[in-house]
Design a protein around this ligand. Sequence first.
Ligand code: PLP
Length: 403
Amino acid sequence: MSKLNDNGTNGVANHVMQTYGRWPVAMVKGEGVWLYDDKGKQYLDFTAGIAVTGLGHAHPKIAEVIARQASTLLHCSNLFHIPSQMELAGKLVELSCCDQVFFCNSGAEAIEGSIKMARRYAHKNYGPEKHEIITFEHSFHGRTLGALTATCQQKYQEGFAPLVPGFHYAQSGDLESVKSFLSPEKTCAVLLEPVQGEGGVRPFDKQFLMNLRKLCDENGVLLIFDEVQTGVGRTGTFFAYEQLGVEPDIIALAKGLANGVPIGAVLAKQHVADVMVPGTHASTFGGNPLATAAGVATVEILLQEGILAHVREMGAYLVDKLQTLVGKYFVAQEVRGMGLLVGLSLDRPAGDVIKACLEKGLLLTVAGGNAVRFTPPLIVEKEHIDQAVSIVEQTLVELYQPV
Ligand SMILES: Cc1ncc(COP(=O)(O)O)c(C=O)c1O
């Protein structure tokens, strides 16, 4: 048994499977936009647990709801009605263009549910030939086999063949490329992230999406939006699609929906949801009392406290500040994003910048290899953004020369 020192495990034998490249740091506490490691070091968290804890860490109202629910009823199974599940579904329907909600536990599961729904809808309405799905280069939809197949990035798929049949990959933002794969007899759905997150923070063009919607309608093809990362206020509206002039038929949600309690959801328009009858899909934990109570509280706080407008203001502020680095440092190429899902693309892999910022107490993530991704809690204030951008700038000065 190996004893690991100096790598964040504090000498404890580590039997956790090595599927993550972890920093040598163990986080033990959080408060608002701050995280603390086991040595007491403070970090400004511009990851929010990879776009999850939108309301910040240890939000007192969420903590209270979780504690109350834990001492009342944690779990009872979907053999029974769950009042908080119905309440959360009602809120999501009210906020969206959809009519029905299926709850699961993660983003990948929400994608699996979306794929199943789209295939079953096409199967019932047109027949089994119409089962193909088009996704886009640079996409990321999760790690289960269906979601992994939908993910058009070879590095994630390597070693897992054979993947799920019936997927095609189009060039991002290129309608002709979509048309080259789309067939009215065979295509059942097009799936995309309104802003590609893991693939490098790449927003889709509004006009492209409007043309795509039209193309889908003309061919009996469903449009699925993966809003796992962009949803729940991250882009400044509850759903990113609200800013894009199109309505999807199916929406996958997860990440921020319960501020850190695992949850996923598939939202669908009525005619799509109608094909899902008892026995067609299920999840033991999906939408359990704990997760959905936390989800209800998260959505309420987000809306009641005016956080969506705050995200738009802070997002614009962050973009403006980062823009000053482009042109000043030769490595900094472009600022992209929507709301508080923002990327600063570099002319090289972003890992060195992320590492140096971590050492300086700022947490960031890499997206698409070359982009530094900023996904702070949605409650972030200007002073935190000033501090974060100043640490990034200091890092660029130290690592690279100004122009
Ligand atoms: C857009 C998108 N879809 C799906 C997923 C998969 O979510 P999960 O890790 O909860 O399975 C992610 C995760 O990063 C994501 O960003």
